[in-house]
Design a protein around this ligand. Structure first.
Ligand SMILES: Nc1ncnc2c1ncn2[C@@H]1O[C@H](COP(=O)(O)OP(=O)(O)OP(=O)(O)O)[C@@H](O)[C@H]1O
Ligand SMILES: [Mg+2]
Ligand SMILES: [Zn+2]
Length: 449
C-alpha cells in the first residue's frame, strides 16, 4: 500500500522534529524532570508539527524505557501509540467532532485514571473549534485537573481560545519551518526514497510550501509521481505553475533595466502556459522587497533568507528598487478589480521609467556636495554674543552704510557688554557701533564712532 510521504515521514521522536527547537526543548525537559503541565496549548500554523509533537509527548510520557525525555520507540506502549491503538491516548478533532461527544470524552477524563499507561493524554485538535459546552466542560476539568492526565490543545487560531482556558494552560508556540530546514527535510526523504532530485526543484517546493511541512512533503510526493521518480525544476514549474526564484530574479533584472518588451512577452508566455500569475507576482514582490532589505540593512542575515542571493541587485540604486516595489504592489492591488494579466502588464510598462531613475540617481550620487552656505550676518551676530548682549544690540538703532552695519546704542549699553562687542567686531568686521553719550551730555554731542 502506498503511504503518502507526509504520513510515512512523520517524526516519531523529538530528535526527528524539524525546526521546532524551542517547543521540543521545553517538552523534553518537562518529561525528563517530571514537571509536565496538566494542560498545554500548542499554537502555530498548520502542518508544522503540532499533532506530531503531541503524539511524541504522549509517547515519552508513557514509554516504559524513556531516555533523556525521548521515548524508546520499541516498548509496547510506544508501539501501540505509533499504531494508534493505545487506550490512554485519546485524540479528538474538534473540527469534525463538535458537540456532545467531545463534552462527554472530556468529562470522562476526570473520572478515569489511565488504563494501561502512566498518563492519560488527550490531544484536542483544532481546539478553537470546540463548542461552548465542550469548552465549559474542559474548563471545569482544568480547574481541578485529574491526576496523571495531560491535555494538549492544538490550534491554528490561538486568539480564538477563551482567556479562562488560556490562563490554565502552558503555551507552546510552533513556528513556520525555515526554508532551508524544509529543504533538508525534503532531501532526506529523497535519499530514503531513492528519488533523483534537482536542488532548484527542492528550493521551489520549500518556497511554495511557505514553512508548512505537510505541504512540502505532499508536494514532493506528487512531484515525484508526476515526474516519474525524478523531481526536476521543469516538472515543478509545470506542476505548480510557478517559476523558480532564479527566474523571478532574472525577470526583476529585465524590469530594472527597463527591458519592457521582453518582460511583457515573458509575462504573456507564463499566462499562456497556465502559470499561476498571482503567485508569480507575489514572488516578484517578495524578491524585490528582499533586495531592498539587503541593500539597506547593514546585515540582513536573520531578516532575509540567503542574503547573498541578492548580491546581483547591489548595483542598482535603492530608488530604482523602491520604485519598482511600488509599481508591483500597485499592480497587485489593481489586479483585484480587473483581469490580473492587464493589471500586471500595465505595471510592467510603467517600469519604462526605471531607466530614467538610474541616471538621475547616478547624477545625485556623483553631484558635488552642496557648498556650505555662508553664515548670514544675523547668524554671525547670534553666535558671537550672549543672550543679554544680544538684547542690547537688538534694542539699538540699526542702519546700513557703505556696506557696513551700524548699530547706534547708548554708551552705557555698549560699556556693559564691551568685551563681547569688541570680540564681535573682530570676528565680523562689517559691524560698527555708534555710541550715544549718556543722557545728561546728549544735548551737546554728536555721534561718535
Ligand atoms: N516539524 C516537523 N518536522 C518534520 N515533519 C513535520 C514537521 N511538521 C510537520 N511535519 C510533517 O507534516 C505532517 C503533518 O504534521 P502535523 O499533523 O504534526 O501538523 P500540525 O501542526 O498538527 O498541522 P494542523 O494544524 O494542520 O493539524 C507530518 O506527518 C509530518 O510528515
Ligand atoms: Mg494537527
Ligand atoms: Zn517506549
Amino acid at each position: 500500500m502506498y503511504i503518502p510521504f507526509a504520513r510515512k515521514y512523520r517524526p516519531k521522536f523529538f530528535r526527528e522534529v524539524v525546526g521546532q527547537e524551542v517547543p521540543v526543548r521545553i517538552l523534553k525537559n518537562a518529561v525528563r524532570s517530571g514537571k509536565v503541565a496538566h494542560a498545554y496549548i500548542f499554537a502555530g500554523p498548520r502542518g508544522v508539527g503540532k499533532t506530531t509533537v503531541a503524539r511524541i509527548l504522549a509517547k515519552s510520557l508513557n514509554c516504559l524505557n524513556p531516555k533523556e525525555g525521548e521515548p524508546c520507540g520499541e516498548c509496547e506502549n510506544c508501539l501501540e501509540i505509533d499504531k494508534g491503538n493505545f487506550p490512554d491516548l485519546i485524540e479528538m478533532d474538534a473540527a469534525s467532532n463538535r458537540g456532545i461527544d467531545d463534552v462527554r470524552a472530556i468529562r470522562e477524563a476526570v473520572s478515569y485514571t489511565p488504563i494501561k499507561g502512566k498518563f492519560k493524554v488527550y490531544i484536542i485538535d483544532e481546539a478553537h473549534m470546540l463548542t461552548k459546552e465542550a469548552f465549559n466542560a474542559l474548563l471545569k476539568t482544568l480547574e481541578e485537573p485529574p491526576p496523571r492526565t495531560v491535555f494538549i490543545l492544538c490550534t491554528t487560531e490561538y486568539e480564538k481560545i477563551i482567556p479562562t482556558i488560556l490562563s490554565r494552560c502552558q503555551r507552546i508556540i510552533f513556528s513556520r519551518v525555515k526554508e532551508e530546514d524544509v529543504k533538508s527535510y525534503l532531501k532526506k526523504i529523497c535519499s530514503e526514497e531513492g528519488l533523483e532530485c534537482e536542488e532548484e526543484a527542492l528550493s521551489t517546493i520549500a518556497r511554495a510550501s511557505e514553512g508548512c511541512m505537510r505541504d512540502a512533503a505532499s508536494l514532493l510526493d506528487q512531484a515525484s509521481v508526476f515526474g516519474e521518480g525524478k523531481v526536476t525544476q521543469r516538472v515543478m514549474e509545470s506542476f505548480l505553475g510557478i517559476l523558480s526564484v532564479d527566474k523571478v530574479r532574472d525577470f526583476m533584472k529585465l524590469l530594472l533595466e527597463s527591458r519592457v518588451d521582453e518582460a511583457v512577452k515573458e509575462l504573456r508566455s507564463l499566462y499562456e502556459k497556465g502559470y499561476n500569475l498571482s503567485k508569480f507576482w507575489e514572488t516578484l514582490e517578495g524578491e524585490i522587497r528582499n533586495a531592498i532589505l539587503v541593500k539597506s540593512l547593514e546585515d540582513a542575515r536573520g531578516v532575509v533568507e540567503d542574503p547573498d542571493g541578492y548580491k546581483p541587485f547591489e548595483e542598482y540604486p535603492l530608488e530604482a528598487l523602491l520604485y519598482l516595489e511600488n509599481l508591483v504592489n500597485r499592480g497587485k492591488v489593481e489586479a483585484r478589480t480587473r483581469p490580473a494579466i492587464d493589471a500586471y502588464e500595465l505595471a510592467l510598462i510603467k517600469t519604462l521609467i526605471v531607466k530614467e531613475i538610474l541616471p538621475i540617481s547616478k547624477a545625485l550620487a556623483s553631484a558635488p556636495v552642496e557648498p556650505r552656505r555662508e553664515e548670514s550676518l544675523e547668524e554671525k551676530i547670534r553666535t558671537n554674543l550672549s543672550s543679554l548682549a544680544l538684547k542690547a544690540i537688538e534694542k539699538a538703532n540699526r542702519r546700513e552704510e557703505n556696506g557696513k552695519v551700524v548699530f547706534e546704542m547708548d554708551e552705557d549699553d555698549y560699556e556693559a557688554f564691551k568685551g563681547e562687542f569688541e570680540k564681535l567686531k573682530r570676528h565680523v568686521p562689517e559691524v560698527v557701533f555708534e555710541l550715544r553719550k549718556k543722557k545728561d551730555q546728549r544735548k551737546d554731542t554728536t555721534s561718535l564712532f
